[in-house]
Design a protein around this ligand. Structure first.
Ligand code: NAI
Length: 384
């Protein structure tokens, strides 16, 4: 159980993006600092320099450390004896590569929003640079931090569902089912900012990572994808896609990704079908995991209860019956990022895995392969 105690100094941390009115700045700041492993000391929060400085001041930071641009921040912070050690990148997609590159060149550890970058070439470049500089790069596939995701992983790894046969995943919300959703979502339909994909890169990479976590031995070998711009003004970017995947051990996976699933609030769920049982997890009820054996009655496993794997209980912050949510899930990942940055060895009873640069790069490659397949009317494309 996490109770807020720590015996280490917080990592001096900064945020690029995530400024006033942004979708995810607040959850990054809350999650990173929740357990005291990171301390926000600096930032370049906004594309408009004056607003960035003003926002930092309103957060209570030292005005001298509220910067107009990330370049200025990296340069001036590197000259301080108490300069930043890690940075989170929470800007629109097209900036992730250049900011991540600049951060690594400044010897900073990085937590980057998804997608890590816009091409495999960029991902390989970042991976090499991170290795050379011996820096940690985490990628915020935040849903994976929920404890019941770890429970599902342990159940699959310990053979509790038998051989994995089928994976059915979806992230299909209805937030963009009308032609003109909120103004602040508009960059997601612009290929110059979002990159070559809308929903595959924005949404699909989340269930893709959940598949990797819950079925760690799974290696996708081939993908077949068709994608559509249901709201036609979004072409060439898709707002809906269907992806089928074949894996190394014969398991088949299917994913529906959509932003035009009218009426759906969120719609992230994953079902792993085994030869003996199935497990199903849904982000809208993250404290639960449904277990359905071939014979007998289905069971709803509940976060925080006796009988769960120790690693699925290690990051509880409050006893069973109370709800924990996305902020806690992200805080779990931030704790693991902090452990990785410090080079700590975690006990067997704590999850030590976290979404890293390889996971980020794999997601970028997967999006590329899906696009390739869709350009061939859904023909099979090898992943590697
Ligand atoms: P947003 O448009 O709401 O906010 C972007 C923020 O970045 C704004 O504050 C903007 O002023 C700032 N910004 C833009 N250019 C900048 C620059 N050059 N320097 C400093 N700040 C700059 O975008 P949103 O929705 O917050 O998305 C940001 C990123 O987070 C995207 O890559 C998106 O894919 C990702 N995201 C991830 C989620 C997750 O579950 N992990 C959920 C939502 C978004």
């Amino acid at each position: 159980m996490i109770d807020g105690r720590r015996n280490v100094r917080p990592i001096r941390w900064a945020l690029v993006g995530g400024g006033a009115g942004s979708a995810i700045g607040y959850i990054h700041r809350c999650a990173a600092t929740r357990d005291g492993y990171f301390q926000l000391v600096s930032g370049a929060f906004d594309v408009i320099p004056e607003q960035s400085k003003q926002f930092g001041k309103e957060l209570g930071l030292d005005p001298a450390r509220c910067y107009g641009t990330y370049k200025e921040m990296f340069e001036l912070e590197s000259q301080r004896s108490d300069g930043i050690e890690a940075v989170t990148i929470a800007t629109p997609n097209n900036l992730h590569f250049e900011i991540c590159k600049a951060a690594l060149e400044s010897n900073l550890h990085v937590i980057c929003e998804k997608p890590l970058c816009l091409s495999s070439r960029e991902a390989q470049y970042l991976r090499k640079l991170a290795r050379e500089r011996e820096r940690v790069v985490g990628v915020m596939f935040g849903y994976a931090g929920h404890q019941m995701v770890e429970q599902a992983r342990q159940m699959v790894c310990n053979g509790e569902i038998g051989d994995v046969r089928i994976i059915k995943a979806e992230f299909a919300h209805g937030g963009c089912s009308q032609a003109s959703p909120q103004e602040k979502l508009q960059w997601r339909f612009n290929p110059n900012v979002a990159g070559p994909s809308f929903v595959l890169a924005d949404l699909g990479v989340h269930p893709l990572y959940l598949m990797r976590v819950m079925v760690p031995d799974l290696k996708i070998e081939k993908v077949s994808c068709i994608r559509q711009s249901i709201v036609q003004s979004r072409a060439p970017l898709e707002d809906n896609a269907f992806v089928t995947m074949e894996s190394n051990d014969g398991a088949i996976a299917f994913m529906w990704v959509s932003a035009v699933n009218t009426g759906s609030q969120h719609g992230l769920r994953i079902r792993i079908v085994g030869s003996e049982a199935s497990v199903e997890w849904c982000a809208e009820e993250p404290n639960k995991l449904r277990y359905e054996p071939a014979r007998g009655f289905p069971i709803i496993l509940q976060r925080g209860t006796h009988g769960l794997y120790p690693s699925a209980r290690a990051e509880d912050r409050i006893a069973e019956g109370h709800s924990e949510g996305l902020f806690e899930a992200w805080a779990n990942l931030y704790r693991r990022f902090a452990s990785a940055i410090r080079g700590e060895t975690r006990t067997m009873d704590e999850p030590s895995w976290y979404p890293d640069i390889d996971d980020g790069a794999e997601a970028v490659l997967w999006v590329e392969r899906c696009i390739e397949s869709s350009e061939r009317n859904g023909g099979w494309v090898n992943m590697y």
